[in-house]
Design a protein around this ligand. Structure first.
Ligand SMILES: Cc1cc2nc3c(=O)[nH]c(=O)nc-3n(C[C@H](O)[C@H](O)[C@H](O)COP(=O)(O)OP(=O)(O)OC[C@H]3O[C@@H](n4cnc5c(N)ncnc54)[C@H](O)[C@@H]3O)c2cc1C
Length: 399
């Protein structure tokens, strides 16, 4: 049981509502996403029509309270959506998920005015959003950013350059982090603030598009703030406490990356299993050789373990229990499982596995990104260890 206190910390409850939702998302994926996979890989673009279909179905509002224009729904529903979409087209899942990196901090830390002005249009699909934290010189080290926001009479003036910003070329709104006080080596995380920047604000530029190996169709861009004036009303949370806004957002969103990885792993597993029963070598299906069958069994074991960890983290979050450690465990295990299963799926396909037209190798290109973004897995390991120390010291205080 150590370091957990109660066996109930390992509960996972899924309801009929979750299953009905899963079926409806799967239908959407089969009807709208499956037919465009190869086109998206080739053109590196997601057709606008499919984004509009998702909006019509209300997918931009899942997990957002109805009072702010959303469809409601818990973390488990968001996990189901991320998993099912990523089973077919992970880049489409990333596009929808990034909205949450904008909306969630506003729901938790924003004012009522910010919620009605910015959350409602994103939830209803009228607007798309992005989250601009990473910079050329600072990714894992969130406190190391160098974008600045200087106080002026009408609000704040932002200057700096952000890198790898998903949705940047489509987004109407950005959540941007900037330094509002000089860095103090004793408490580097203090002195950051977060702001809502509209695409139409003077001085905001979308820069270079990165050509990343995976998640084709949803490639990140640079975002440049060149003397962008942001009104005071667009400060999210308290000044100098932006670090908390950013990392709290990631506590939730990394569960959705875990789910994305489960979706990729599921797809890799299904393709590998199907191929192993259909492909003959030495006059037998290759699945009849132990060397292949054992690989398939290992894939299934690891896939289901990843899924359980991911649903567990989501259930802890839904039941308002401590979930930060679980979300880091789920993110790390699931993304590394997806990478491993993608690699095994390629090998089980032999030569066909490295032929782009087979559609298997993309799982490896997509899954490696899940191990990097939303907090690289080394950083997750640090979070897990720090959470463990916190739990241990809490238990020592009690005993
Ligand atoms: C496709 C894609 C989309 C993205 N979308 C967004 C987005 O929408 N918004 C956004 O803000 N960012 C986005 N990112 C950026 C992403 O979050 C960062 O790439 C990630 O946080 C890692 O930061 P970095 O690239 O600067 O690597 P670094 O922080 O430089 O890390 C490099 C290596 O060093 C390791 N490392 C660093 N510090 C430590 C440590 N203390 N202990 C052990 N190891 C360490 C890391 O694990 C990694 O292996 C995206 C990235 C990609 C690839």
């Amino acid at each position: 049981m150590f370091p957990f206190e109660d066996i109930n910390d390992f509960n996972i409850r899924m309801d009929q509502e979750h299953e009905l939702f899963r079926k409806s998302i799967r239908q959407f994926c089969e009807d709208k996403l499956s037919p465009i996979i190869m086109d998206v890989e080739r053109t590196n673009d997601i057709p606008k029509g499919v984004i509009d279909d998702a909006k019509k179905l209300g997918l931009t509002g899942i997990g957002i309270p109805q009072e702010y224009g959303g469809q409601g729904g818990d973390m488990r529903m968001q996990v189901i959506m991320s998993e099912e979409i990523s089973r077919v087209l992970p880049s489409f899942g990333t596009m929808l998920l990034v909205n949450h990196l904008f909306v969630d901090p506003l729901i938790i830390f924003g004012t009522e005015e910010q919620k009605s002005r910015y959350v409602v249009p994103v939830a209803t699909g009228k607007a798309l959003a992005a989250h601009a934290s990473t910079e050329p010189g600072a990714g894992s080290d969130v406190a190391g950013i160098s974008t600045t926001a200087k106080k002026v009479e009408t609000g704040w003036v932002l200057n700096g350059r952000k890198a790898f910003i998903t949705n940047a070329d489509r987004a109407d709104f950005f959540l941007a982090s900037a330094r509002t006080s000089p860095i103090n080596p004793q408490s580097r995380w203090r002195g950051l603030s977060t702001f809502i920047v509209e695409r139409s604000f003077n001085g905001l530029e979308i820069g270079h598009k990165f050509d990343v190996i995976g998640l084709r169709g949803e490639q990140p861009n640079e975002v440049i703030f060149n003397n962008v004036t942001v009104p005071e009303a667009n400060l999210v949370g308290k000044p100098n406490e932006g670090f908390k806004v950013v990392v709290t957002t990631y506590d939730y969103s990394r569960i959705l990356i875990a789910a994305q990885a489960v979706g990729i792993a599921q797809a890799a597993f299904e393709m590998a299993f199907n191929y192993s029963t259909q492909r003959n070598a030495f006059e037998k299906p290759i699945a009849s050789f132990e060397g292949v069958a054992f690989k398939i069994s290992d894939m299934l074991m690891e896939l289901e373990a990843a899924r359980l960890l991911t649903y567990w983290a989501a259930y802890l979050a839904d039941t308002k229990k401590e979930f930060y450690m679980a979300s880091s465990i789920a993110k790390t295990y699931s993304t590394e499982t997806a990478e491993k299963l993608a690699s095994l799926a390629i090998k089980i396909h032999g030569g066909a596995g490295v032929d782009r037209d087979t559609g298997v190798e993309r799982f490896l290109r997509d899954s490696v990104i899940t191990t990097i973004y939303e907090g690289a897995n080394d950083i997750q390991r640090l979070t897990i260890f720090r959470s463990l120390l916190k739990m241990v010291s809490k238990n020592l205080e009690v005993s």
